[in-house]
Design a protein around this ligand. Structure first.
Ligand SMILES: CC(C)(COP(=O)(O)OP(=O)(O)OC[C@H]1O[C@@H](n2cnc3c(N)ncnc32)[C@H](O)[C@@H]1OP(=O)(O)O)[C@@H](O)C(=O)NCCC(=O)NCCS
Length: 170
């Protein structure tokens, strides 16, 4: 298994993995179609994939993670948002998601960013050091699901906004 930066040839497969991973996701309304694959396409189209990694095994791309810039109080920041992260259903639970998260975080840090936020289950992301923090908030989501990980001691204070691609999927 290898984690590497996405290439143009991976685009279709990333779209498909993301769709499949989020189809039947428990947080979606029953019967609702997932939109996360459209978010990834939109981020790429807007050149807003800060880091985009795939996991390849036996010459097949089976997992993907995206990071994109966030705004804090409407201003550009030195933090990024993690997600979507997707692993093909038949390959879940084998450590691929964890490997993508760890390698993605390392690359984000290497690029000079100061921290990562995400919306997700604290019981999963807690193991990677993500936790909710009163400084950073995201409107409309219970605080325990909006998680942050700073690389330094300071965590900016304010309301977070994701890239517009997250809201243009209708
Ligand atoms: C979430 C996801 C990326 C994790 O990838 P993965 O390769 O299955 O994860 P890993 O093998 O590294 O870790 C598996 C562990 O995570 C747990 N886990 C996976 N998804 C979880 C979730 N949503 N909430 C809580 N725990 C979760 C598994 O129970 C397992 O726990 P264990 O190690 O105690 O047995 C993958 O399950 C996926 O694509 N899910 C559908 C899309 C999704 O929910 N993405 C994240 C949205 S925030």
């Amino acid at each position: 298994m290898k984690i590497r930066i996405e290439t143009h040839e991976d685009t279709k497969q990333i779209h498909s993995i993301t769709y499949q991973a989020f189809e039947n996701h428990p947080h979606h309304e029953p019967g609702a179609k997932p939109t996360e694959h459209l978010i990834v396409d939109g981020l790429r189209r807007d050149n807003a994939l800060t880091v985009s990694l795939v996991c390849e095994a036996n010459n097949e791309v089976i997992g993907h993670i995206a990071f994109s810039p966030i705004l804090v109080n409407g201003e550009a920041s030195t933090w990024v948002g993690l997600g979507p992260v997707s692993v093909l259903p038949e390959h879940q639970g084998k450590g691929i998601g964890g490997a993508l998260i760890r390698e993605g975080e390392a690359q984000i840090k290497q690029l000079g960013y100061q921290g990562i936020v995400l919306l997700g289950d604290p019981s999963y992301y807690g193991r990677f050091g993500f936790e909710s923090h009163p400084n950073l908030t995201f409107a409309g989501v219970p605080a325990e699901y909006f998680l942050v990980k700073g690389f330094e001691n300071t965590i900016p204070k304010g309301e977070v906004n994701y890239h517009k691609a997250f809201f243009e999927t209708a």
